[in-house]
Design a protein around this ligand. Structure first.
Ligand SMILES: CC(C)(COP(=O)(O)OP(=O)(O)OC[C@H]1O[C@@H](n2cnc3c(N)ncnc32)[C@H](O)[C@@H]1OP(=O)(O)O)[C@@H](O)C(=O)NCCC(=O)NCCS
Length: 191
């Protein structure tokens, strides 16, 4: 596949794109402000995760990974306050031929919950990942008590495919997960 430009995806209320060096203070603010809110949906992180130094390195690494086709790590911005990072959506664990799938993980600033902003941002991101990026399947998994996340995935057209015990080590605990995915019925071979 030809290398793609980094995406800038605009919908009525949300802009979805990769972070640049200039966004680092906002990225750090997002993770700091939402430290507890996001804790149960990710592995334990050290103090350096909330530092600008860490994110300057990470932002560069994200661009390299994107160019190498290894991941697409996106942030959501409030279109009404374009500098404001309101969430993130990472497409990782990329497996191209013969699977053409990847795994989605995401989080939203707690101040923006309950407004349909994550749904709007993920709709743009999924259109891009199933369109220009030409994935056949996007996987997304959630812990059974995270009904908010389950509802969001259902609204986005993900279907439940299974149940995995002790699937991920989140916040220091092995957590069962409900496995879901969305497949691309329009997928076309590009070679
Ligand atoms: C999971 C998470 C992203 C869901 O966020 P969210 O804001 O509930 O998701 P949506 O964007 O789909 O918004 C849906 C809500 O907005 C409401 N809403 C308001 N205006 C809306 C609009 N214009 N369009 C759509 N929904 C709207 C819906 O009614 C719904 O509210 P409800 O949950 O009270 O029924 C968020 O809770 C989060 O970041 N949690 C912590 C991290 C996490 O769990 N990550 C996922 C790990 S698998």
């Amino acid at each position: 596949m030809m290398p793609l430009e980094m995406p800038v995806l605009t919908s009525p209320r949300v802009v979805v794109r990769m972070a640049e060096a200039a966004d680092v203070p906002q990225v750090v603010r997002y993770f700091r402000d939402n430290r507890e809110h996001l804790a149960s949906s990710r592995p334990l992180v050290g103090e350096e995760f909330h530092s600008e130094g860490f994110w300057h390195t990470q932002v560069r690494a994200n661009v390299s990974e994107f160019r190498e086709g290894k991941s697409v790590r996106l942030f959501l911005f409030d279109r009404a306050r374009p500098e404001r990072v309101i969430g993130n959506a990472n497409f990782t664990q990329v497996f191209r031929s013969p699977a053409h799938y990847c795994t989605l993980g995401y989080g939203l600033d707690r101040e923006y919950e309950g407004q349909g902003m994550m749904r709007e941002g993920l709709e743009s991101a999924l259109e891009y990942m199933l369109g220009p990026q030409n994935f056949h399947r996007i996987q997304a998994n959630y812990v059974p008590r995270n009904e908010r996340s389950g509802g969001l995935l259902r609204r986005l057209g993900f279907v439940i495919e299974g149940y995995a015990r002790d699937y991920l080590l989140l916040n220091g605990r092995w957590e069962d997960h409900i496995l879901t995915s969305k497949t691309n019925t329009e997928w076309k071979a590009t070679y």
